[in-house]
Design a protein around this ligand. Structure first.
Ligand code: 5AD
Ligand code: SF4
Length: 431
């Protein structure tokens, strides 16, 4: 979501005549987009601001003005604290107000006063943002934002606000524009993407995500559709069926379980049991047997016992994941879980994370190794680190690289997979 937001902010600043530069020292405007989901992410901000403030000072000595902007969820959560702690920051803007950037820059330049905007405006920012073009073959498209779930550990409902869905017409227009400017794949984004219920049209007055995907499937030139992140108990049969019916919908679902213990799930305020989650996975696999399953995990949630952690390990062994993200529980200010008495010691969290990641990585490695010998369509999205190499993704969102001509960038190419590691595939172009 932050990558998408950053692209939209760049487009907003381009209306003022700014262009992007790969060199920090050249920048007249430096914008940091921030994340508040875990403590580590938020902490990075202040060290990074320190580095940028140095550049700003050097430029000032050369007589050049530099505008330092901080955007995103840290601003939303910490508000004035950002301006108080970081003196070099000129503008701080929350995730719901970044469409106002051109106006805020003008305001700053007019008044030379520091600006903070962290409200939840009644109007959608999407109605005010300038159209933007695709910058590569695979593009994000935010269709839903915010969250009404209030999982007890999570800051998102406080930083991104309540759930909001963009209309189907708006999404189709943006998708068509991205495709006409070079996108081949679109990843639909939302904190609860499968809760999307945007306004439809006369043919489909009350569409859900499955219907939206079917509609996007009609866009000529759009070859791949993905969506993330889904909330397990809100998965509909229509969405599962779309994986069977819509050719462009990729066989991949990111479905965070968080824990394999029903008691912990309840304390997290997750509205499903492990058995219900496993049933949803089974239904996806029935509709699309090769579907890749991915998940998020939190270890060391307050009160999690050794037995409950072990249930997570057992659940992982039963389900078998193709890929995953796992984190130590991080207490976030203002969330109910941060006030729970029985916080788990850091050393225990570290130990549990190691054990879980060992299992998850071994499953991921097997999922990669399984592909050796197969021919897979890979969307080549960027140049690789090594000379002559291009990188891309299989339908299962596995990384793949190949030595191939750069004219193949942005295309879906058949690769014969010749080798695999735990994090990437190597292939040869099949002619
Ligand atoms: N501590 C650790 N992980 C968290 N996540 C969200 N909040 C926290 C937290 N307080 C994880 C969840 C979520 C992912 C985006 O980040 O696993 O699915
Ligand atoms: Fe956070 Fe996701 Fe829970 Fe919403 S559903 S509160 S975004 S973890």
């Amino acid at each position: 979501m932050n990558i998408y937001d950053s692209a939209r902010m760049a487009a907003a600043l381009e209306t003022l005549g700014y262009t992007q530069t790969p060199h920090r020292e050249e920048a007249d405007v430096m914008l940091l987009n921030t994340c508040h989901i875990r403590e580590k992410a938020a902490d990075k901000l202040y060290s990074e601001i320190g580095r940028l403030a140095e550049i700003k000072k050097t430029r000032a000595d050369e007589g050049k003005q530099t505008l330092l902007i901080v955007a995103g969820c840290v601003v939303q959560a910490e508000k004035n604290e950002v301006l108080r702690r970081a003196h070099g920051v000129d503008i701080a803007v929350g995730p719901q107000s970044y469409h106002r950037l051109p106006e805020l820059v003008a305001q700053f330049e007019r008044e030379q006063g520091r600006v903070l905007v962290a409200d939840f405006p009644a109007d959608s920012k999407f109605d005010f943002l300038p159209p933007h073009k695709a910058t590569s073959a695979s593009q994000f498209l935010a269709i839903q934002e915010g969250c009404d779930h209030f999982c007890s550990y999570c800051v998102v409902p406080y930083t991104r606000g309540c759930e909001y869905s963009r209309s189907m017409a708006e999404i189709v227009t943006e998708a068509k524009r991205l495709v006409s400017t070079g996108a081949v794949e679109i990843m639909l984004l939302g904190q609860n993407v499968n809760c999307w219920h945007g306004m439809g049209d006369e043919n489909l007055p009350d569409p859900d995500l499955g219907d939206l995907i079917r509609r996007l499937g009609d866009i000529k030139g759009l070859k791949r559709i993905r969506y993330t992140t889904s909330y397990p108990s809100k998965i509909t049969d229509n969405l599962i069926q779309a994986h069977r019916d819509v050719e462009q919908l990729m066989p991949y679902i990111h479905l965070p379980i968080q824990s394999g213990s029903d008691r912990v799930l309840k304390a997290m305020n997750r509205l499903y049991t492990v058995a219900e989650y496993e049933d949803i996975v089974a239904r996806f696999r029935e509709a699309r047997p090769d579907i890749a399953i991915s998940s998020d995990f939190i270890v060391g949630f307050p009160g999690e016992t050794d037995e409950e952690f072990d249930q997570t390990l057992q659940t992982v062994r039963r389900i078998r994941y193709d890929s995953s993200y796992s984190f130590k529980y991080s207490p976030r200010p203002g969330t109910p879980a941060s006030l729970m008495k029985n916080q788990v010691p850091e050393a225990v969290k570290t130990q549990r994370l190691l054990l879980l990641q060992k299992e998850l990585l071994s499953q991921q490695k097997q999922a990669y190794e399984k592909q050796v010998g197969r021919i897979l369509p890979v969307l080549l999205t960027e140049r690789g680190r090594q000379k002559g190499q291009l990188n891309g993704y299989t339908p299962y969102l596995q990384n793949a690289h190949v030595v191939a001509d750069t004219t193949l960038l942005g295309q879906i190419v058949s690769l014969k997979i010749t080798a695999a590691s735990a994090t990437s595939l190597t292939g040869e172009v099949v002619r």
